[in-house]
Structure formats: C-alpha cells, structure tokens
Design a protein around this ligand. Structure first.
Ligand SMILES: *Cc1c(COP(=O)(O)O)cnc(C)c1O
Length: 396
C-alpha cells in the first residue's frame, strides 16, 4: 500500500488497468466480472464507445471555460435532464455530496425567504447523503459523523419508511422546510420502502408546504428500472432531485434539479462551482443520457433485476442464514443474519467484484449493459460464495 495517500480507504489488493463492458482486467491479465460498477457509477460498463467518443471529441475541442460564460453542453444537458425528470432548472456540481449541498442550501434559502429563521430539513435513519459537513450531518449513520462534531443544526431525524413519524414531526415542528430522502436506501442496506411511501411523503409535503427532495444519486439514471426511481409512481413529482454517480459514467458530475418555486430560489451570488457543469463533464452526461434512452436501458435494468432476484431466490432457497433477498431493478441486496464483510475478499479471489454494506447486506450494482449470461454468472458465483461462507461459519 502507498504511504503517501491518506488512509481513507482500506483498499483491496488489486489494481485494474483496463475494462470493457462488465469486465475489468488487472496488470497480470486476470479478468474480473464487475457486479458493482464503481458503486453504481459505470452503469454503461467500462470504456463504453459512446462515452469514449464524446470525451475524446470534447477533450480535443474544449475542456473548461467557466460558469462566467455560457456553456452550450451544460444548457443542452440541463434541458434534456429537466425534460426527462419533469423538472424546471438544474445546478451542476461535481459529486453527489455537492449536489446534496446545493439542495440543502436551496431548502434553507427557501425557508429564509418565508421568514423562517432556523429552517430544518427532515432526514432519515440509515440514510447516506455524502461526506461534507452538511451532508454527513444529514446522513443517518453515526460512523460517518463520529469525530466531526460539532455537526450542523437544522436537521431533524426520522425512522426510514415511517409516515407516522413524519406526521408527528409536522405536528410539532414549525421550522421544517423540506424532507430529504432516498427512494431506496443504498448504503443503508438496499432498503426498499413500502410502495406507498413516497406518495405519502408527497402528500405530507403538500399539506405542510415542505419541499420533497429526493436523493437519487444512487437510484437515478435507470438503475432501478425507471430513469428515476420516483417514476415508478404515477404522477409523483419531487420538488428537488439530486443526481451524480451514473450521470457521467465515471466522469465526475453531479446535478441538483428543482421545480416550481424551488427552481427560482438560487440566484447569482447564492451558489456556484468552478468546475460544475464544464464542457467535458456535460459531454459525458449527454452521451450517457443518449445511450440510456436510445437503448431503453432502464427497462433492461428492470428485466435483469427481476431475473436476478428470482434466480437468487431459487439458488438460496432454504439456506439458513439468508434473511432477505430484495431490491429494485439492478440495485440488489441479500441480507444475511451475520456480518459478512469478508465476502468481498472471497469474491475478488473468485474473480468477481461485489460490495457489502450495513455490515450484513451483500450489495450488487452491476452495469445495466450486463448480458443474460453475465447476470447468470453473477448469481451463480455469489450464490456459491454465500452458501460456502454460511456453511463454514456453521462448522466454526
Ligand atoms: C454516493 C452517494 C452520495 C455521495 O456521493 P459522492 O459523489 O460520493 O459525494 C450521496 N447520496 C447517495 C444516496 C449516494 O449513494
């Protein structure tokens, strides 16, 4: 390991030198099937021709100017994203945390504009919103926050998927201006809420005049089977929507979209970013959106996700220690009855990239371009790893 990198990650002992589609290759020529996509980033797989061409073309013309000038690629991507999401305006940032920072600042300004002195945002237990001070405060995981106190004021915590708790907050707290929530919790363990949950939140937000702010940084860009996870629900619209991860297929870009009154809150001087929405990042975003739409990859994610969930149910039927198999589209979680972080290393040895989150949930976020055969291979390998792991633990 390298002594000159801050010790922020306990890295696996492998480095990849090239990739193609769902496969990565290390310097020794060994190939790995990627069922994680750089944590829901490379949804089009590695070295996708459309993204490569867009990046090469744009890099040869112009990489960066400044938001002091018009940026046609940013205007084009903003227009396309708003049309696809039913939103009005977008602010471009460089990461998920920054997209959420924009949403948090927008909500606070929205509150102040109504004379609310200490505007508060409702956030959920088990959530993940990023590592900046505001977004780690919003995050519902003590491990992310510990040591970074004092945390920010202006956040109220509620259990996930619990409309009653939100109604109680509404009845008791006059300073709430917004709810920030993931349609499916990713880092929190692939937790899929009750089907009526988002609609229930929308109703409460409408009654209270709160903004419904959806963090679709992980669920967005087709992963769950719709371009955006909220689109599983007929006629439901958020007021604010944050995106990042798969938006650039690996090129850093984040976006905060807003609709109606919320879209008119941020003004010249109230927010900004040097790199945000530069020509190169937006060229990547446009190539990603084009490809997702032209190939109807969200529908493919829905089909593959259902196929894989069903296959896992068969493969792991009756296996002691498997608590739950769940997910939405290609966001899949297999919850075990015990911590299972070591499965990540076992998988690597077997030539497969997976993740474990919330200690005991095996999380799969494969690229949307996976073939049926590759999907079956993932299920087969992961199924074997889980069976072997649980059997060994039993003996020990
Ligand atoms: C990954 C993630 C973030 C943070 O994104 P970064 O680009 O790492 O800052 C925020 N919210 C959710 C739901 C995420 O999955």
């Amino acid at each position: 390991m390298n002594d000159h990198l801050m010790n922020t990650y306990s890295r696996l002992p492998v480095a990849f030198v090239r990739g193609e589609g769902a496969w990565l290759e290390d310097a020794g020529g060994r190939r790995y099937l990627d069922a994680l996509s750089g944590i829901a980033v490379c949804s089009l797989g590695h070295a996708h021709p459309a993204v490569r061409e867009a990046l090469c073309r744009q890099a040869g013309e112009l990489v960066h100017t400044s938001n002091l000038y018009r940026i046609p690629q940013q205007e084009a991507l903003g227009t396309r994203l708003c049309a696809a999401a039913g939103m009005d305006r977008v602010f471009f940032a460089n990461s998920g945390a920054e997209a959420n920072e924009a949403a948090i600042k927008l909500a606070r300004l929205y509150g102040h504009n109504q004379g609310i002195e200490e505007p508060a945002i409702v956030v959920m237990e088990g959530s993940f919103h990023g590592r900046t001070l505001a977004t780690l405060t919003a995050t519902g995981n003590r491990r992310v926050q510990a040591g970074f106190e004092p945390l920010l004021r202006g956040f109220v915590r509620a259990p996930y998927d619990d409309l009653e708790a939100i109604r109680t907050i509404a009845a008791n707290n006059r300073s709430v201006v917004a709810v920030l929530v993931e349609p499916v919790q990713g880092e929190g363990g692939v937790r899929v809420p009750d089907p009526g949950h988002l609609a229930g939140l929308r109703e409460i937000c409408d009654e209270q005049g709160w903004l419904l702010m959806l963090d679709e940084i992980q669920t967005g860009m087709g992963r769950t089977g719709r371009l955006f996870a909220f689109q599983h629900h007929a006629e439901l619209q958020p007021d604010v929507l944050t995106l990042a991860k798969a938006l650039g297929n690996g090129v850093p870009i984040g976006a905060c979209l807003a609709r109606g009154l919320a879209a008119e809150v941020l003004m010249p001087g109230s927010h900004g970013s040097t790199f945000g929405g530069n020509p190169l990042a937006c060229a990547a975003g446009l190539a990603v959106l084009d490809t997702l739409q032209a190939e109807d990859l969200p529908a493919r994610a829905a089909e593959l996700g259902a196929r894989m969930q069903q296959a896992f149910r068969e493969r792991l039927a009756g296996v002691d220690g498997v608590r739950d198999i769940r997910g939405l589209g290609l966001m899949l979680g297999i919850e075990l009855d015990r911590p299972c972080g070591e499965l990540v290393g076992h998988a690597l040895e077997a030539g497969l990239l997976i993740n474990v989150t919330a200690e005991r949930v095996v999380r799969l976020l494969p690229p949307l371009i996976l073939t049926d055969e590759e999907a079956d291979l993932v299920v087969d390998r992961v199924g074997t790893l889980i069976r072997d792991f649980l059997a060994e633990e039993q003996e020990a």
